[in-house]
Design a protein around this ligand. Structure first.
Ligand code: SF4
Ligand code: MG
Length: 272
């Protein structure tokens, strides 16, 4: 039987190194579904990743790919987009990679409104490097660096992105896979900085430390606590405790960086 997504994967790199039950493969497939949905190809899409479990995806995906340095995917992707604005540039990053090591690159990517499509695999922890707390580890949850529960407050990366200037901000989960693919695809339509936060289960580093049960239990938690944005908006503030919204959370039509930069080139006479 033909498996339709096989052609998008580098067979020589398989089997992958993700743990059984990890959500990263689901998020990777959602990206490929979005690429197919929008009619992009392996030749006009570039995948750029940083370092971490999430960022391994660039090695498995048979596109033009860059597996870069920790936290630095957005600067590399910015360079590609400036040189080749015709390409669909997708950045795969994790919560640690994007909001700690690469935090400053992230906010300035948003501020510039570079036409990139960031998909942040949020597993709430540093998975690959040993289960340390990240800026997106929920308050009170355990990590190897927070054995009694994290006391550091947690970034809401969607609120952070919108405040910093991103023009498309969405969230979904590994449980809601078609919704996740749709959110990523809608980001492709935005000419400007798009970010989709994909909540993914990490049964090994996060789940085990916090006794969250099996990978399926972790996905059921996503099902039971995520709420579509329209329903979330109608919910009184005192009923929101423990829930979180998914969907397109913010959108604006601010000018993207390529367009602004083209104007500078024109003023300087560089396009003659
Ligand atoms: Fe997935 Fe967590 Fe294993 Fe990394 S450590 S591969 S995120 S389950
Ligand atoms: Mg992580």
């Amino acid at each position: 039987m033909e498996r339709s997504f096989e052609k998008y994967l580098r067979q020589s790199r398989l089997p992958h190194m993700w743990c059984p039950g990890c959500g990263n493969g689901i998020a990777m497939k959602a990206i490929i579904m979005a690429i197919e949905k929008k009619g992009f190809t392996q030749d006009n899409t570039v995948i750029v990743s940083g370092i971490g479990c999430s960022s391994r995806a660039s090695g498995y995906m048979d596109f033009d790919t860059l597996h870069t340095a920790h936290g630095r995917a957005i600067p590399f992707a910015t360079g590609i987009k400036m040189a080749r604005p015709d390409l669909n540039v997708v950045v795969i990053t994790g919560d640690g990679d994007c909001t700690a090591i690469g935090g400053n690159h992230f906010i300035h990517g948003c501020r510039r409104n570079v036409d990139l499509n960031v998909v942040l695999f949020n597993n709430n922890i540093y998975g690959m490097t040993g289960g340390q707390a990240s800026p997106m580890t929920p308050l009170g949850m355990k990590a190897t660096t927070a054995p009694y529960g994290s006391v550091d407050r947690t970034f809401d990366v969607c609120a952070l992105a919108a405040a910093a200037g991103a023009t498309y901000v969405a969230r979904s989960t590994a449980f809601h896979v078609t919704h996740l693919a749709d959110m990523i695809a809608a980001g492709f339509d935005n000419k400007g900085f798009s970010i989709t936060e994909a909540l993914v289960q990490c049964p090994t580093a996060f789940g085990r430390k916090n006794r969250l049960g099996s990978p399926a239990d972790m996905m059921k938690w996503m099902r039971d606590h995520a709420m579509m944005k329209a329903a979330w908006d109608k919910l009184p503030a005192d009923k929101r405790e423990g829930k979180f919204p998914i969907g397109c959370l913010y959108k604006s039509s601010d000018e993207d960086y390529d367009t602004a930069y083209d104007r500078v080139i024109h003023i300087a006479g560089g396009d003659k």
